[in-house]
Design a protein around this ligand. Structure first.
Ligand SMILES: CC(C)(COP(=O)(O)OP(=O)(O)OC[C@H]1O[C@@H](n2cnc3c(N)ncnc32)[C@H](O)[C@@H]1OP(=O)(O)O)[C@@H](O)C(=O)NCCC(=O)NCCS
Length: 410
């Protein structure tokens, strides 16, 4: 990676007020919320960029962001990733390259620290797509009238109990069961748990659901307000847990007009809604950046029983180590990646001399394929990937799986 201009690095304690101002100007976040987030994510979470003399305020903080390590699950295995949030540039200094320089600095740092991926929610696309981020997955805002979820009596073959919201360990253990059956979920640190269970700063009420065999899920709700019930977080691991949650939410039908919750495209409450009226109010896409190509491909899991070899011909303008040809070999749900010593010519890319299936694509398009967000055929259709039928068939198999999503927003 090339050197970052200006002074990139961790924020100093004396930068805190300036950083809070940048974040307030960037996102309208009040000082108390900024301080609370920094405390929850830890003092090392903030990074900053200082201007050089060209900005007329030598040494001043012109940009900041929050970064933290976390595992993100793909194919049933954890991949070391770097979450990025609160990217903000001084409004008086925007459009001068500071946002780009800050991002380059933190991607370089994350890669050096062992992260294979970086993930963020973009407020604007060009900044991030130029840095090699691709579309990674989604986060839906669903809503429904409570009666559309269930108008009948609550099921009698299970129980719902209010529980101590501070026992996140119990909730984390339940949530962990989802990691191996879906794609894109992230392991929450204290900060992400707090965002999930106390979305507006006030704790929600948490209820666990289960049957005679024990716990099967949980649902966290904020107090109803303005005839709306916001489900802050939920995890429903069995058909019974879904029916219990439906009955629980249906019980609010005299109090609220709509229930809102976050989920993925295959949301259980949506799939089993009893009546029409469920709506996707928003669908946010998160972006994924592959920082270390071999590590990212070797860390994720793959469908069992799939084996084969695919040559990836990848271009990455920012991280030269990711550029070039790599042989991806798959067996027993695991991958090994070997860089190929030379660039492919056109005959090789057509699958000729190598005798292997070859896919040519940018690092951003690879992120989209890698997460399972989009398949190789649609990526080829829109010109984001080149390859023959054999290569596309293999890539479809390698990266098949549940559509990637996450409820967490940061
Ligand atoms: C988005 C933001 C971080 C960009 O920082 P910046 O220093 O202005 O960006 P750069 O100068 O490095 O420009 C990179 C690209 O960002 C985009 N960009 C530049 N200024 C921007 C602005 N004011 N608003 C939105 N996007 C902008 C442009 O696409 C630009 O590319 P271009 O110069 O080829 O058109 C900055 O505008 C900002 O702080 N916005 C408010 C908070 C926010 O939206 N943060 C992003 C959260 S994910």
């Amino acid at each position: 990676m090339t050197a970052v201009p200006g002074g990139f690095g961790p924020l100093l304690p004396e930068d805190r007020v300036d950083a809070a101002t940048l974040v307030r100007q960037g996102f309208g976040i009040p000082r108390e919320y900024f301080d609370r987030s920094v405390e929850l994510f830890g003092p090392g979470v903030m990074r900053g960029l200082r201007a050089g003399p060209e900005a007329g305020s030598a040494g001043g903080l012109v940009a900041c962001a929050a970064v933290w390590p976390m595992d993100q699950w793909f194919g049933g295995r954890p991949v070391p990733s770097c979450g990025v949030a609160a990217v903000a540039v001084d409004p008086a200094q925007r459009g001068r390259g500071y946002g780009t320089a800050l991002m380059r600095g933190l991607l370089e740092e994350a890669r050096a620290g062992g992260a294979a991926l970086s993930v963020l929610y973009p407020a604007t696309l060009p900044l991030y797509t130029r840095l090699g981020f691709g579309r990674g997955g989604v986060s839906f805002d669903w809503s429904a009238p409570p009666a559309a979820l269930s108008a009948g009596p609550p099921p009698r073959d299970g129980w719902i109990r209010r529980t101590d919201a501070s026992d996140a360990g119990q909730l984390a253990a339940l949530r962990r069961s989802l990691f191996t059956t879906t794609n894109g979920l992230v392991e929450r640190n204290e900060g992400l748990w707090s965002f999930a269970l106390c979305p507006d700063g006030a704790p929600s009420d948490v209820y666990t659901l289960g049957g005679s065999g024990g716990l099967e899920g949980y649902i966290a709700v904020a107090p109803p307000a303005d005839r709306k019930l916001n489900v802050a977080d939920l995890c429903l691991l069995s058909p019974r847990a879904v029916r219990l949650a439906q009955g629980f939410l249906g019980g609010y039908r005299a109090q609220v007009d709509r229930v809102t919750w976050r989920g993925g495209p295959d949301d259980p409450l949506v799939l089993l809604a009893a009546e029409r009226g469920v709506r996707a109010d928003a669908c946010d896409e998160w972006l994924l950046r592959i920082l270390d190509l071999p590590r990212a491909l070797e860390s994720r899991g793959y469908p069992p029983g799939v084996a084969g070899e695919l040559t990836l011909d990848v271009s990455d303008a920012l991280i030269p180590e990711n550029s070039g040809c790599f042989r991806l070999s798959l067996s027993d749900g695991k991958a090994s990646v070997r860089p190929l010593p030379r660039a492919l010519n056109n005959a090789d890319k057509a699958g000729g001399r190598t005798g292997k299936a070859v896919l040519s694509l940018s690092i951003a398009a690879l992120a989209c394929l890698y997460s399972g967000h989009k398949g190789p055929h649609v990526l080829r259709q829109v010109g984001l990937l080149r390859g023959g039928e054999e290569a596309l068939a293999l890539a479809s198999l390698f990266f098949s799986g549940p559509a990637p999503w996450m409820p967490d927003r940061f």
